[in-house]
Design a protein. Sequence first.
Length: 683
Amino acid sequence: STKTYSFAPGGPATVPFRPRAGDSALVDGAAAVALPASRASGVKAPNLARPATVAPNATLTALRREVLGFLPYWELGSTLNYDTLSTVAYFGVNLNGDGTLAKSGNGWNGWVSSSMTSVINDAHAHGTRVALTVESFAWDSGGRATQSAVLSSPAVSQRAAQNIAAEVASRGVDGVNLDFEPIATGQYSNFAPFIRMLRAELDKVHPGYELTFCATGSPGTYDLPNLLAPGAADAVFIMGYDFRGGTPTYTGSIDPLTSSLTTYSLTRVVNNYLSQVPASKVILGLPWYGHAWSTGTSNSVYAPTVNLTTYGQPAGGITYASSLDIAAAHLTDPVPGNGLQYDAAEQTAWTAYYGRYGGTTDTWRQLYFDDARALSARIDAIDGWNLRGLGIWALGYDNNNGNGDLTQTIAAKLQVSVAPTTYHALTPSRILDTRNGTGLFGVFASHVARTFQVTGVGGVPAGATAVTGNLTVTGQTSLGYLYLGPNAANNPTSSTLNFPVKDDRANAVTVALGSGGTLSVTYAAPTLGPTANVVFDVTGYFTPDASGATFVPLTPSRILDTRYGTGLSGVFSSHAARTFGVTGHGGVPTNATAVTGNLTVTSQSSLGYLYLGPVATNNPTSSTLNFPVNDDRANGVTVAIGSGGTLSVTYAAPTLGPTAHVVFDVTGYFTPGTSGARYVPLT
């Protein structure tokens, strides 16, 4: 690109890297170690010995496999979900033919920018590595000459290795990725010695820096056994994309899992690599973007591509976020598009849409990309091959939403553990109500994820990792479901609350927070047109320490049933709060701070809602259970107990006359200390 980017200069990174608990990938031939922050050029770490044990970072997540994502300079400022990234590889800085780094231009200016300093500090705070990508492209004669000048001369190779290692030390990052693509003719046998030189120079700075290199789908062009031998690179990053090229005969996936129509497929390429090197040294890179081609009059899968002059040029690099937008945007065109489709043969999402795209004639266009389902299939394959991990080109291509649906898939499949937490109960507080602009303003549109702040609101502190609460839908124009979770997902693969139309409905949740202390909601209807209002009341939060309460489960016990005089006798009248005893009943001890249970309404003479909380209120500002008439309805709760060991209930109907019976079954309680069970949040 000829575009010049403006970056503010950055200072040194001050947060050092500490590996997260559960980091099992071997780095520099051994377990991961802590690494130093930025320091002056030539100043070595005070202790070059590899520690015998690793003090893990107090991170919230651990990953079963490495997840290495490239962050190009043009995506600096993107929202990154570090919990699902083991390594961020900055892309990138060019290597000159004399062995020096190119210290000018976009790549270098981004590398030394304040934005990159923030990335390094934030990544390290989450136990995520940062690597410097050093580029040497040999796709043209000038690039081949530059790369050959470095690799063919031991003296220049040594100088390059020293300069790269010094830059790693100066910037305070944790490794190097070499993007030498392709290896220039005649340099096949020189690349491995250069990598061994670089490993030796990194070890002089400090043992434990990760060293990887990129490779195409043709393993025969690399001396893989020597490149990945002890004392060389830790892993190869297979660039598992663009397998069809820019002008294929037929459309299809750019990274087909399997295919009978292409020379390359992920399965074929990975198996070729595994015939030469261990799976523990292979990272499979996948595209966070799609590719579109003109197909003339055909909107069928694998359609032939057509004349480019008439029908327009092929479009490369359509980001994941834009691919989803395209799939959704053309359903109402004069010639409707296909919408989001899925090809189970190549395991890819695709869509077709109609119009004029740079040529002289209208045409069908076909776009293929990896959505959450496709990525899930590829992670399953990575598990089957038992590879070192998953790679991403490129971070930020999800439109700055914390990696969106794809991150949700990574988290669901690759996260293995999080820090156990303890619970802090709150008086229920409404922190989202789109009807009046609390948290977010305006209705939700179907399949458009929206994110709202949780920490710092309603009594939830900055250190909280999960919350309990109540999610409610109202004013929905179509049946559907709500998804509530830590990551934004336009097409979620799980649901939180299912509902028909004309039914205010709620469900209790215990849910992990996103990395920014947020929650995301998606309203999913069968089509893209419907809208809905969404409400969320928070009732408590979890912190990854022992400062809160732990949980003790109970055999369910009915401690309130107004039909029979259990707890309270007689019906509830609308907007008249009533209080019943909890501690000392059903096995709940006197020192309990909160309980879990099930709240039920029956025989209600009007629609309305119930409020359950520690404080009596005739006109509550949050709700626990919403219901119509003639419907015995229940909802689970996690709720703080009042100061006298009690809970209060209010039946709120539109008027003062209606009545209802109320039932409450207790299922467990929280007590201060660590004698009970702690909670582990998951996506």
